[in-house]
Ligand binder design. Structure first.
Ligand SMILES: Cc1cc2ncn([C@H]3O[C@H](COP(=O)(O)O)[C@@H](O)[C@H]3O)c2cc1C
Ligand SMILES: O=C(O)c1cccnc1
Length: 342
C-alpha cells in the first residue's frame, strides 16, 4: 500500500481556490488539478512545476511480426535514433516546455549501442514474446524489469523532479497494452482493441483475434499482476509499471500519456494499491483500452485532442495546462482582499 498524497494540503488548496478572485468553481477542472498538485507536494500553495522530466521506454514485441500494426518492427529502432537526434514529436514538445528527456532501449530488437551507453544501459532483451503463442517474458524477468523501473524513477527523483512524465515507443505495443487492460478489468478483446498506428478493418479484425487468442491462452493465471506482465505484457511495459510504483513510493506525481502508460498504471495499481492517487491523466487517446482504463481508474484527462502518438506527447501537451493550474492557485488575488464582504 502506497501512502496517499496529503489530504490536509488538498483541503487547504480547496479552501484557497474558493477564496480566489473568481466565482466559486469557475476554474473548473483546473481547480481539481491544482488541488492534486498541492496534495502531492503537501504544500499549499504548491511550488511551480519547474523541474519536469520525461522517460521514454522503448521495446519491440513479438506480435509486431504478426500484422497487428500499420508499420514494420524496424521503425522502433529508427525512432529511438530519432529521439536521440532530437527529431521526434516528443523532442519538439519537451524542448518547447523545458522538459529533460531520456529514451531507453529496454527491449528493442536492434543493436542500438552506437547511440551511446546511456540509451542501452537497461537493455533487458531483444523483443518480448508473441503473446498469442507464448509468454512475453519470464516471471524472473518481470521482477528484474520492475526493479529497473523503480530504480529509474529513483534516479529521476534524485536528479530533482517536481513532476515525472512517462512515454512509450515500440511498434506493436498497443497490442500487449490492450491485453493488459483487458486482463486487469476482465473485459473481452472487442472492448479494448484499437487501431494503434492506423490499421485498416482487415488488420483490426486480425488484431482482435490475436488479442482473443492471447487472453484465452493465459486464462485465470493472469489474476496475479506479475503473472499478467509475464504472460501478456513485455519488458518495457514491466519497467513502466515499476517506474510508476517507484514514483508513487517517492511521493513524486506523474502525468500520464496514452494507452501504454494507462495499461502500466492499471497493473501498477493492482501490484501496489495507491499508485493511482499520484497520477494525473494528460489526455484522452483514441484507443478504447486507454479510455476504459481511465474510466475504471477514475481519472479525468486534462485534454481530448484525438492524439494517438504515444512517446509522452499527450502528457507533454497537457503540461502547460497543469502548470497554469498551479500558478493560478499560487498567484491569484483573494476576493476578500479586493472586495471585502463580497
Ligand atoms: C513513425 C512512428 C513513430 C511513433 N512514435 C510513437 N509511436 C507509437 O505507435 C506504436 C504503437 O502502435 P501499433 O501498436 O499500431 O504499432 C508505438 O511505436 C508507439 O510508441 C509511433 C509509431 C510510428 C509508426
Ligand atoms: O494512445 C497512445 O498513446 C497511442 C495510440 C496509438 C499508437 N501509439 C500510441
Amino acid at each position: 500500500m502506497i501512502a496517499p498524497p496529503s489530504a490536509a494540503a488538498g483541503a487547504a488548496a480547496r479552501t484557497r481556490l474558493d477564496g480566489l478572485a473568481k466565482p466559486l468553481g469557475a476554474l473548473g477542472r483546473l481547480e481539481d488539478a491544482a488541488a492534486w498538485v498541492a496534495a502531492c507536494q503537501d504544500s499549499c500553495p504548491p511550488r511551480p512545476l519547474d523541474r519536469v522530466r520525461l522517460t521514454v521506454l522503448a521495446g519491440d514485441h513479438g506480435v509486431s511480426h504478426d500484422g497487428v500494426s500499420a508499420y514494420p518492427r524496424e521503425v522502433t529502432g529508427a525512432m529511438v535514433a530519432a529521439m536521440v537526434a532530437g527529431g521526434s514529436g516528443a523532442n519538439v514538445l519537451a524542448r518547447q516546455h523545458g522538459v529533460a528527456m531520456q529514451v531507453l532501449d529496454v527491449a528493442v530488437d536492434a543493436d542500438l549501442g552506437g547511440l551511446g551507453p546511456a540509451v542501452v544501459r537497461h537493455h533487458l532483451r531483444s523483443s518480448s514474446g508473441a503473446i498469442q503463442r507464448e509468454d512475453a517474458l519470464g516471471v524472473d524477468e518481470v521482477r528484474t524489469a520492475l526493479a529497473v523501473g523503480e530504480a529509474l524513477a529513483g534516479e529521476e527523483v534524485t536528479a530533482g523532479a517536481d513532476l515525472l512524465l512517462l512515454g512509450d515507443l515500440g511498434i506493436g505495443n498497443t497490442t500487449p497494452a490492450a491485453a493488459l487492460v483487458a486482463a486487469t478489468f476482465g473485459v473481452g478483446a472487442e472492448e479494448v482493441v484499437g487501431r494503434g498506428t492506423g490499421v485498416d478493418d482487415t488488420a483490426l479484425a486480425h488484431k482482435t483475434a490475436v488479442l482473443t487468442d492471447a487472453l484465452a491462452r493465459v486464462g485465470r493465471r493472469v489474476d496475479d499482476p506479475v503473472e499478467r506482465l509475464a504472460a501478456l505484457g513485455s519488458a518495457d511495459l514491466a519497467v513502466g509499471v515499476g517506474f510508476l510504483v517507484g514514483a508513487a513510493r517517492a511521493g513524486v506525481p506523474v502525468l500520464l500519456d496514452g494507452i501504454v502508460t494507462l495499461a502500466e498504471l492499471a497493473v501498477a495499481e493492482d501490484l501496489e494499491p495507491g499508485v493511482v492517487a499520484w497520477c494525473a491523466a494528460g489526455h484522452r487517446s483514441t484507443e478504447p483500452a486507454q479510455q476504459l482504463a481511465l474510466d475504471k481508474l477514475g481519472l479525468v484527462p486534462l485534454l481530448d485532442l484525438g492524439l494517438r502518438l504515444g512517446e509522452g506527447t499527450g502528457a507533454l501537451t497537457a503540461l502547460p495546462v497543469l502548470r497554469s493550474a498551479v500558478l493560478l492557485l499560487r498567484e491569484m488575488a483573494l476576493l476578500a482582499d479586493l472586495a471585502p464582504g463580497a
